[in-house]
Design a protein around this ligand. Structure first.
Ligand SMILES: Nc1ncnc2c1ncn2[C@@H]1O[C@H](COP(=O)(O)OP(=O)(O)O)[C@@H](O)[C@H]1O
Ligand SMILES: [Mg+2]
Length: 231
């Protein structure tokens, strides 16, 4: 990696607009938004329900494409590359955490966590899986199935799965939205532990959750206000 790349933002959103068709109507969700997320640290995007937070994360992940503008990851515009290249970029560079955990019910905890390693083609899997499960405090539950775990435990498995292949960018969509206050605090702690040299972009409707971030981007009426720095 060149020096310029190390100092450049990991994600740059330039003049991005996105709308959805609802019957015959076009509903604008994001209107010409601009944002840049610095490499490293914990960035929160805060906005009320329906403000376009999940839409934005899907654009950053390359799961969806903007109508106009560009989304750059590591200085490459992911809306200008092929779908295949986007899938590879997502697998190699990103880990994604969802509100409802999205674990595969027919796989054990460690089989769920191992999945990204299979996709990326990394060997020495067992050691990595064991280490990451230890980090999130679930090594003893490795042979259990998701259904016997609590919500907080399932989310910790999902965090382990999101970071096991050591992606530089972690995306989290309301990761504590389905958890009670104490469990949410524990999950946030675990997220903080795993972020380390990575970049976390977390979207939430909760000011309380966002207050843990180094930088907060408020999303209102389809546009960003200036970021707020917590430190
Ligand atoms: N795939 C879709 N098709 C149609 N409308 C959508 C789609 N995804 C999101 N929307 C609409 O876009 C708006 C923003 O949704 P979303 O990004 O999920 O908001 P948030 O995550 O902030 O709650 C909502 O009005 C939602 O109904
Ligand atoms: Mg959402």
């Amino acid at each position: 990696m060149t020096e310029a790349t190390e100092n450049s933002p990991i994600v740059v959103i330039k003049n991005v607009s996105k709308s959805f068709l609802e019957g015959d109507n076009c509903r604008p969700v994001l209107s010409n938004i601009n944002a840049h997320f610095k490499r490293g640290g914990f960035h929160a995007v805060i906005g009320r329900s329906g403000s376009g937070k999940s839409t934005l994360l899907n654009l950053i992940a390359g799961i969806d494409l903007p109508d106009s503008g560009s989304v750059q990851i590591n200085e490459s515009a992911i809306n200008k590359i092929s779908e295949n290249e986007r899938t590879l970029l997502r697998r190699n560079t990103m880990g994604i955490i969802f509100q409802f955990f999205n674990l595969i019910p027919s796989l054990t905890v460690q089989e769920n966590v191992r999945l990204p390693l299979d996709l990326v083609g990394i060997d020495n899997q067992q050691e990595r899986v064991t280490n990451i499960l230890e980090l999130v405090g679930l090594k003893d539950r490795r042979n259990d199935y998701p259904e016997v775990l609590s919500g907080g435990e399932q989310q910790r498995v999902a965090i382990a799965r999101a970071v096991v292949h050591e992606p530089k960018l972690l995306l989290a969509d309301e990761p504590t939205g389905n958890l009670d206050y104490d469990t949410a605090s524990q999950v946030l702690e675990v997220l903080r532990d795993v972020v380390q040299q990575r970049t976390l972009i977390l979207v939430t409707h909760s000011r309380e959750i966002a207050s843990h971030a180094d930088e907060i981007w408020p999303l209102r009426y389809g546009s960003f206000d200036s970021p707020e720095s917590e430190s």
